[in-house]
Ligand binder design. Structure first.
Ligand SMILES: [Zn+2]
Length: 290
């Protein structure tokens, strides 16, 4: 009898604790650093059969997470210097990347302006998590000198010395200047998964393959459930359907990461949010998940 009462009390306490944990995330907002495109999807996914090809205009996804312990930014988009058209773009990025990706980023699309629109002071952002060191994800880490920057240790190496096919030229897919000006910042250098605030609400997931040390995020919200934010571990629906991305450090690691995220989605009965899916962003972007 006594045992049953204690077990019941423990059960209630556990439930109260898990309820409190999810309440610690006040909201998650999905925004974009302008758009890329239009261009043919096979430029990114050459494995896609021609009858499935289409022109796409894709988001450059960035996320703002308002946690009780501070504001987190997940990816900072394209560098501010490329705002305002191809002439500006070609002064900072390789001309070929500007011509192919056709970034539409305006100054007001950049992460600092996006934060202000949402009512946050960029100087008070506590944590910047960067999925990987490609030009459309790490572009503005230098705007956050006061934040703790979270990357996989290997990804910092990757950013400084990428494989030649990933774009080793000064202005390839990795733009050295995006990283160089932030070199003395505070970095939390990870080797795998990490529970950001120790409460299970913001989990960093190691998802290598697209780059050497790519990472994704899983966030528990109060009313919108668990949100899996893959960034470039899964670009868009076609990758989810089994057509691999055309740019990978390791196709094997990439495939393992896609499968890991899919299984997590199915086991937890939740949804995957992808970095560059035009249809998903049109349906679900530019909004809060609370
Ligand atoms: Zn990307």
């Amino acid at each position: 009898m006594k045992k049953a009462v204690i077990a019941g009390l423990l059960g209630a306490a556990t439930m109260a604790l898990s309820g409190a944990a999810s309440a610690q995330v006040k909201g998650v907002y999905w925004t974009t650093s302008g758009m890329f495109g239009p261009f043919n999807i096979r430029g990114l996914i050459p494995a896609l059969p021609e009858d499935k090809a289409r022109d796409i205009t894709i988001p450059v996804s960035m996320w703002v997470i308002d946690h009780e312990k501070g504001v987190v930014v997940f990816d900072t988009g394209n560098n501010v210097a490329i705002s305002g058209g191809p002439d500006n773009c070609k002064k900072y990025w390789a001309a070929g990347n500007c011509d192919f990706l056709k970034p539409s980023q305006k100054r007001e699309d950049v992460i600092d302006a996006q934060l202000k629109k949402l009512g946050y002071d960029p100087a008070k952002v506590k944590v910047v998590v960067t999925s990987h060191s490609h030009l459309d994800h790490v572009g503005n880490i230098a705007m956050f000198p006061n934040a703790i920057h979270v990357l996989q240790k290997k990804e910092l190496y990757q950013g400084w010395w990428p494989e030649k096919f990933q774009g080793r030229a000064v202005n390839g897919s990795f733009v050295l200047n995006d990283l160089a000006s932030a070199r003395d910042y505070n970095f939390l250098e990870l080797n795998g998964d990490y529970d950001l605030f120790g409460d299970g609400t913001v989990q960093i997931l190691s998802t290598p393959g697209h780059t050497l040390g790519h990472q994704s995020l899983k966030v528990k919200t109060k009313n919108s459930g668990t949100i899996i934010i893959t960034q470039d571990a899964i670009w868009m629906k076609e990758n989810l359907d089994g057509y691999p991305a055309g740019l990978n450090y390791s196709v094997k690691d990439y495939t393992d990461s896609v499968n890991r995220l899919k299984m997590m989605r199915d086991l937890e009965g939740t949804e995957i949010f992808m970095a560059h899916d035009q249809d998903q962003f049109a349906a679900k972007g530019n909004r809060w998940y609370k």
